[in-house]
Design a protein around this ligand. Structure first.
Ligand SMILES: NC(=O)c1ccc[n+]([C@@H]2O[C@H](COP(=O)([O-])OP(=O)(O)OC[C@H]3O[C@@H](n4cnc5c(N)ncnc54)[C@H](O)[C@@H]3O)[C@@H](O)[C@H]2O)c1
Length: 338
């Protein structure tokens, strides 16, 4: 069979911000995948996306899972619906790519992870940063020993403006929804985290406090190998999107900077300005395509996906520890009951 004809047939459930990106990538930017069908609880959204990509629109999740000869399904619905949908897909013997986090609850996260392990199906979670060329290169060189022992990790993730209030209300909070990417990156670059301290505040809008969330937060991480880390998170940075990091080590220090939106710098008397990226999808566009192509390849080659359910569980545990530490006002061991 030729490489072109060996494509994993995938369906997408949930076609909002993230699902539309995934569908477009499957349709145009993933050589190992074929976008076969889509479904959204909002019929008009599904119809529009189906027409845009010239693909089938399922009338229900059951129809999508059962009637389109799929190899796998991409789940990009609101977080609270991921676990039941993933379990339905496992019952239909389909591999799953699920957006982060798998669930708002640890028990449901573990249930999904264990179910996929038991049936031997691929379960990949949307930690897209690992598929960014720059991040992947840094991780490879750190593993090759170029940095020596890691000492200090700093990660900043800042949104220019917050997501919709309805999204925030069901997001699980700033540590679980947003910080989980950085907690996964911390594990990817440095290793396991054993203890977390955290603080959060709502300074821009009382609406954050009303739903028990923060617009600004800090988490400090203690790694099993003795290194320390700090993650700063903002929903309201105003100037643009930021996803940067710095890892100080025994032999070298590496900085992961944000690229400018355009390679143009305007210089005027005493100042230089360059355009900044406004959103995460502009920063990580190619990585979103690469993670889905890797998922399709894992299905085709019958190998474990490069980011597993266990990675998702580990990042969930760090996020849960940060949430607890923030509420309790003292450090919390990762994996301690919350
Ligand atoms: N990896 C990333 O960087 C990243 C970025 C944004 C969002 N996300 C994650 O993606 C998920 C979706 O977030 P979003 O911002 O795209 O949300 P969204 O609200 O923009 O879109 C969700 C879509 O799912 C549909 N939907 C709701 N319940 C459904 C159901 N039971 N079955 C089918 N469709 C249903 C809604 O109609 C909507 O179109 C969340 O889990 C979020 O954490 C990840």
């Amino acid at each position: 069979m030729s490489a072109v004809s060996r494509r994993a047939r995938l369906g997408v459930v949930g076609l909002g911000r993230m699902g539309a990106v995934h569908a477009a990538n499957l349709a145009h930017a993933c050589p190992s995948a074929e976008l076969a069908v889509c479904y959204d609880a909002d019929a008009a959204t599904a119809a529009a996306l189906g027409a845009r990509h010239g693909i089938a629109v399922a009338g229900s999740v059951e129809e999508l899972l059962g009637a389109h000869e799929l190899d796998g399904v991409v789940i990009a619905t609101p977080t609270g619906t991921h676990a039941p949908l993933a379990l339905q897909a496992a019952d239909a013997r389909l591999a799953v790519f699920v957006e982060k986090p798998i669930s708002l609850e640890r028990a449901a996260t573990l249930q999904v992870v264990e179910r996929f392990e038991a049936v031997g199906l691929a379960l990949q979670v949307g930690f897209n940063r690992r598929f960014d060329d720059t991040v992947a290169d840094v991780a490879r060189r750190v593993r090759a020993g170029e940095l020596g022992a890691p000492y200090l990790l700093r990660i900043s993730q800042r949104d220019m403006s917050p997501p919709r209030p309805e999204f925030l209300a069901g997001s699980g909070g700033i540590f679980l929804d947003m910080g989980i990417h950085d907690f996964d990156l911390a594990r990817f670059l440095v290793g396991d985290v054993v203890r977390v301290a955290a603080v959060g505040t709502a300074v821009s809008d009382p609406a954050f406090a009303e739903i028990g969330d923060f617009d600004t937060a800090l988490a400090t991480l203690e790694f099993a190998n003795g290194a320390l880390g700090v993650v700063d998170l903002s929903r309201v940075a105003g100037y643009g999107y930021e996803s940067s990091a710095e890892l100080v080590g025994e032999k070298a220090t590496v900085r992961l900077e944000m690229p400018p939106a355009l390679l143009a710098e305007w210089r005027r008397a005493g100042e230089a300005t360059r355009p900044l990226l406004p959103t995460y999808d502009r920063r990580y566009g190619p990585a979103f395509a690469a993670e889905l192509d890797a998922f399709a390849r894992a299905i085709l080659d019958s190998v474990p996906p490069p980011v597993t359910g266990r990675d998702a569980l580990a990042a969930f545990d760090i996020a849960a520890a940060a949430t607890s530490a923030c509420a309790l006002g003292h450090p919390v061991a990762v994996g301690a009951p919350t």
